[in-house]
Design a protein around this ligand. Structure first.
Ligand SMILES: Cc1cc2nc3c(=O)[nH]c(=O)nc-3n(C[C@H](O)[C@H](O)[C@H](O)COP(=O)(O)OP(=O)(O)OC[C@H]3O[C@@H](n4cnc5c(N)ncnc54)[C@H](O)[C@@H]3O)c2cc1C
Length: 312
């Protein structure tokens, strides 16, 4: 995969994708596999945005059951199976334990896990299983939850290096004849009236500007989506509700992945094994400030984790 700007001059692409996160890389791969002349542009490096800052899970959709989004569960399940097949070196099965505390937890989780197993009848991963209080504590000796009654285990998948999945997706797009450029910032949209004709792009390393023609432009700029829309409409357009999530990385505090609920607001959060450490998260709070200067406080996550795992 060569970073060659001469590849984009004097050509008309079928599709330009703005943003080299997992969405942009996935769109570019899909388009190139369909034979479209595709250009993927990333202003920094691939996966440098939200993609490399996620909890690194490939969800099978278990959490969507609480909102009865059965279609979404099936869709997630299918995507998860595809990733297990095409990227087994990056995506691994991961067992999760949901500790049961309230008397109603047992019934709710029994129904939830049964439904999950029915909806995922064709999955390749093991089904859900109940464990007694003693079995749960044998598996997770550091877990201290008042009133613990037992737990349910379900399987999901983890992608320990989400950035690799993104980079390999971009490479796969390039192997299928997409032109793929990083440090290439889209600075404007070329228009004829209201019709998009292409983009203006700056090579950040040489500071040279290029104009590239395309029949279609996909805005996959994640949190920066509004600024790309602003280039189209000539003024900032607010389409995205931004939130901020925080993870804590600690020494290993649990053997399995755990699904826990914060006492303060009942929010669901995870303790995930990651490369010999535990990744704890995540918060989800609205964020309206500067996208390039995000800061965080670890207090909420630490408090929530400490309630169940005093060793955090
Ligand atoms: C805390 C947290 C935890 C999460 N955990 C999970 C999880 O466990 N599993 C899961 O599936 N999802 C998870 N998600 C959601 C997931 O991370 C996002 O849905 C996904 O990463 C979005 O990818 P993206 O490509 O849209 O955005 P991004 O990865 O942000 O990519 C957008 C890219 O566009 C580029 N860009 C912006 N403007 C321009 C421009 N003008 N020119 C060129 N390039 C530009 C940026 O540099 C950036 O690289 C989580 C999200 C958060 C916030």
């Amino acid at each position: 995969m060569k970073r060659n700007f001469t590849d984009i001059t004097g050509k008309t692409f079928d599709l330009i994708v703005v943003g080299g996160g997992i969405i942009g890389a996935g769109v570019a791969r899909d388009a190139s596999l369909r034979g479209l002349r595709t250009l993927l542009l990333e202003k920094e490096d691939f996966a440098c945005g939200t993609t490399s800052r996620s909890t690194r899970l490939i969800h099978g959709g278990f959490r969507y059951l609480q909102h009865f989004e059965f279609g979404l569960v099936r869709q997630d399940m299918r995507e998860r199976e595809i990733l297990l097949k095409i990227a087994p070196h990056l995506v691994h099965p991961l067992p999760f334990l949901i500790p049961l505390v309230k008397p109603t937890d047992l019934i709710v989780m029994a129904m939830g896990t049964l439904l999950y197993d029915i909806l995922s009848f064709d999955k390749s991963l093991p089904g859900c299983k109940y464990y007694s209080r003693n079995e749960t504590l044998r598996m997770e000796p550091t877990l201290e939850l008042e009133g613990l009654r037992g737990s349910y285990r379900y399987y999901d998948c983890q992608v320990p290096f989400a950035e690799r999945l993104c980079v390999e997706t971009a490479i796969s797009a390039a192997e299928n004849d997409a032109t793929v450029l990083n440090h290439a910032k889209v600075t404007g949209i070329l228009k004829d009236g209201n019709t998009v004709q292409g983009v203006k792009v700056q090579d950040i390393l040489s500071e040279r500007e290029y104009q590239v023609a395309s029949r279609m432009v996909v805005n996959a700029a994640g949190h920066w989506m509004d600024s790309v829309c602003g280039m189209m409409y000539g003024q900032p357009k607010s389409m995205v509700r931004r939130t901020k999530g925080i993870h804590l990385l600690t020494t290993k505090v649990a053997n399995n992945a755990l699904v826990l609920f914060a006492k303060s607001d009942g929010r669901l959060w995870f303790v995930i094994p990651w490369e010999g450490y535990s990744l704890i998260g995540t918060t989800d709070t609205d964020y309206k400030k500067d996208l390039e200067a995000v800061t965080c406080s670890a207090l909420y996550g630490r408090r929530a984790a400490f309630r169940c795992l005093p060793c955090v």
